[in-house]
Design a binder for this molecule. Structure first.
Ligand code: B12
Ligand code: SAM
Ligand code: SF4
Length: 567
């Protein structure tokens, strides 16, 4: 969609807007000039010296020059080649020279706060934003990261605006999810328009035009993975030359071409030093576990092509080719992680079983003691040696995509597994002390009520500890989009919305969801969850007592959320 656009006039997104003119868009920074001097002029001097020594001087009658010429040329060239990369790296760090810094104080803002249905939402740090902060290190004066979930005082846009006005010259906001998107737009649009504002993230990338329209104070939207793009912005590269950037110019919006996917082996670790607090499991403000939580990303992308899934695509629709970080680098990062529970955010931690085993070996060897959580396909059960190692290394919690107990649906979704394979896999997985969580999708094309209601029974048969079940969603680049569009009686009302049918509308699917939930989460299952959570060390006896004592608070929070939902 963005492919052929490089100027406002050619952009399918271009339109007039009431925006302020762009700031500093074509400024060439001192860093660029210095780099240019060293790379081009310096390289030329070195080459000329060498040529001079090699060719010209050898015909000179002066013998010492005859010998010294090539020697000098070669030496200069050698020194140049040895030190050039270091100098270049040094020069690309304007932090070493305060005069070169374009932005003195950057605010990296995680704008999510307030109660959310997703319990996992409060648990994890804003990893993407910490990657962005790490990429700016040394290129800007100072970075402050504000995670509004933990900054009550700044949840008021007026108070935050005052801080921004007094302190900040670049505001970076991360917008990742569809949920709460409108609230976040409201919030961001109240922040000071005079401070340069750049937003990025999965949802921001999906909503570029809308964001410019909705929030007149947004100057730039970074599309896709932002590490290299933010470096270019803060070092003063002209906006027109920054791939993956959309920005305002002359009352319109310019969408530059897509940025190539960054090489994750060279990306710095997310900057965890900016955190002001630990992350923990809480619901309605009640802390449920004494453990602290963190995420780590050891690969990006997924080589599978399940038809419903857009995890393996980026928000621009590009397939994120499966790429691995070197295991040693993952271990180095893990050594810096202080949290007790660490989620590998990789789409599937066991895509390359050999590498996963190697990583487990290194975790054991380096005595890194954590509770690890990983996403996995059922295929992992075929590799017992990997499971043995994973257990030893501290992998205790598996999030596994099963999707459906029915072969017909699994085939329709291109999941690449059968019901029997799922049963076989769980016969193996349940022999370990893993907490097993399964993902299911209901409301699939042609799926009957009876088939949907088999989910809780099947989940119990294969001995899953807990499940989540989502209605089938259609994302913008979902390969299932066309299938739904071409199937009579099936429809979705918006991108990212649920698939409904003439037979199963919103009301019917909600009723089915409630039945799946109550049939699976009965009292014995809840006891099993608590027992397993204790067994793997996720919660302690003390945590349970504390949670029990705060039960009234939890009930109050739940009640308030229900009331708000009704309103
Ligand atoms: C791990 C994960 C989670 C974790 C979060 C961990 C964390 N640290 O925050 C948990 C389990 C909490 C989670 C929950 C949910 N998730 Co989720 N999640 C992911 C997943 C698999 C990886 C995210 C990640 O860590 N990526 C790695 C980092 C480095 O990338 P990033 O955050 O996108 O950041 C990069 C860019 O976006 C950009 N960027 C980000 N912020 C900024 C800011 C600036 C200024 C700039 C310049 C750039 C920039 O640069 C970053 C570095 O490259 C993605 C899929 C994916 N492959 O991205 C889905 C995904 C983001 N989740 C999704 C969904 C739907 C959910 C849930 C709603 C699921 C559910 N039904 O419960 C909940 C929502 C929670 C809520 N808000 O209510 C969808 C979002 C779709 C959408 N359009 O809204 C995604 C895209 C998966 C998908 N394709 O369906 N999720
Ligand atoms: C990362 S995958 C699960 C782990 C692993 N990659 C696998 O395939 O087994 C996350 C889960 O999100 C759910 N999901 C993803 N896209 C969805 C969609 N479009 N509609 C409904 N659920 C979806 C699926 O249940 C999927 O298993
Ligand atoms: S469901 Fe899992 S395996 Fe399938 S494409 Fe998505 S992330 Fe990959």
């Amino acid at each position: 969609m963005f492919q052929e656009t490089s100027a406002a006039t050619r952009s399918p997104f271009s339109r007039t807007s009431t925006s302020r003119p762009l700031r500093n868009s074509s400024q060439i920074s001192p860093i660029c000039l210095k780099q240019f001097f060293l790379e081009v002029v310096g390289g030329q001097i070195s080459t000329i010296m060498q040529a001079f020594g090699n060719r010209y001087l050898q015909y000179s009658p002066k013998t010492f020059l005859h010998i010294l010429g090539p020697f000098l040329g070669l030496t200069f060239n050698l020194i140049w080649r040895i030190f050039h990369p270091i100098k270049k790296e040094f020069l690309s760090l304007p932090g070493k020279n305060p005069n070169m810094i374009k932005y003195k104080h950057v605010l990296a803002l995680n704008p999510y706060f307030g109660d959310s249905k997703a319990i996992a939402m409060g648990v994890f740090p804003p990893t993407g934003l910490e990657y962005i902060a790490a990429s700016m290190k040394g290129l800007v004066g100072k970075v402050t990261l504000l995670d509004l979930r933990y900054e009550k005082a700044y949840q008021d846009p007026k108070a935050l605006s005052e801080f921004i006005r007094n302190e900040i010259d670049l505001l970076c906001v991360s917008i990742r999810w569809r949920s709460r998107f409108e609230d976040i737009c409201d919030f961001v649009s109240q922040l000071p328009p005079e401070v340069c504002t750049v937003v990025g993230g999965y949802k921001a990338t999906e909503e570029v035009e809308y964001l410019f329209d909705r929030c007149p104070n947004i100057d730039m939207v970074v599309r896709g993975e932002g590490e290299e793009i933010i470096r270019q912005i803060v070092t003063g590269i002209p906006y027109k030359d920054i791939l993956g950037l959309s920005y305002r110019e002359n009352g319109g919006i310019v969408h530059n071409e897509i940025h190539p996917l960054p090489d994750i082996t060279r990306i710095p670790f997310p900057d965890r030093s900016l955190r002001k607090q630990d992350y923990y499991l809480a619901k309605y403000g009640v802390r449920l576990s004494s453990h602290t939580f963190d995420t780590i990303l050891s690969t990006r992308g997924c080589p599978f092509n399940c038809k419903f899934c857009t995890f393996s695509l980026n928000p621009l629709g590009q397939k994120r080719s499966y790429t691995e970080r070197p295991v040693e680098s993952v271990i180095e990062e893990l050594k810096t992680v202080t949290a007790d529970v660490v989620l590998f955010s990789d789409d599937n931690f066991f895509t390359n079983p050999k590498r996963s085993e190697q990583l487990c070996d290194l975790i054991i060897e380096n005595k890194i003691q954590k509770i690890f959580v990983a996403q996995a396909r059922v295929d992992v059960a075929r590799h017992r040696s990997v499971l043995d190692k994973a257990q030893k290394a501290g992998f205790k919690f598996f999030l596994i995509g099963i999707e459906s107990p029915h072969d017909r649906i699994l085939k329709q979704l291109d999941k690449g597994i059968t019901q029997q394979q799922v049963r076989d896999a769980f016969a193996v997985l349940t022999q370990y002390d893993f907490y097993l969580h399964g993902y299911f999708i209901y409301g699939n094309i042609g799926e009957t009520e009876e088939e949907m209601l088999y989910i809780p029974k099947f989940a119990k048969e294969i001995k899953l500890d807990s499940i989540t079940f989502h209605k089938l969603r259609i994302e913008r680049f979902s390969p299932l989009k066309e299938v739904v569009e071409q199937t009579p009686g099936y429809y979705y009302n918006r991108i990212g919305g649920t698939v409904y049918s003439d037979r199963y509308g919103r009301r019917e699917l909600t009723q089915i969801r409630n039945r799946i939930r109550s049939e699976f989460y009965d009292l014995p299952q809840i006891i099993q969850i608590i027992r397993k959570a204790r067994q793997i060390g996720l919660v302690s006896g003390r945590d349970l007592t504390n949670a029990f004592l705060r039960l009234p608070l939890l009930m109050y929070g739940l009640g308030r959320q229900q009331m708000r939902k009704k309103r």
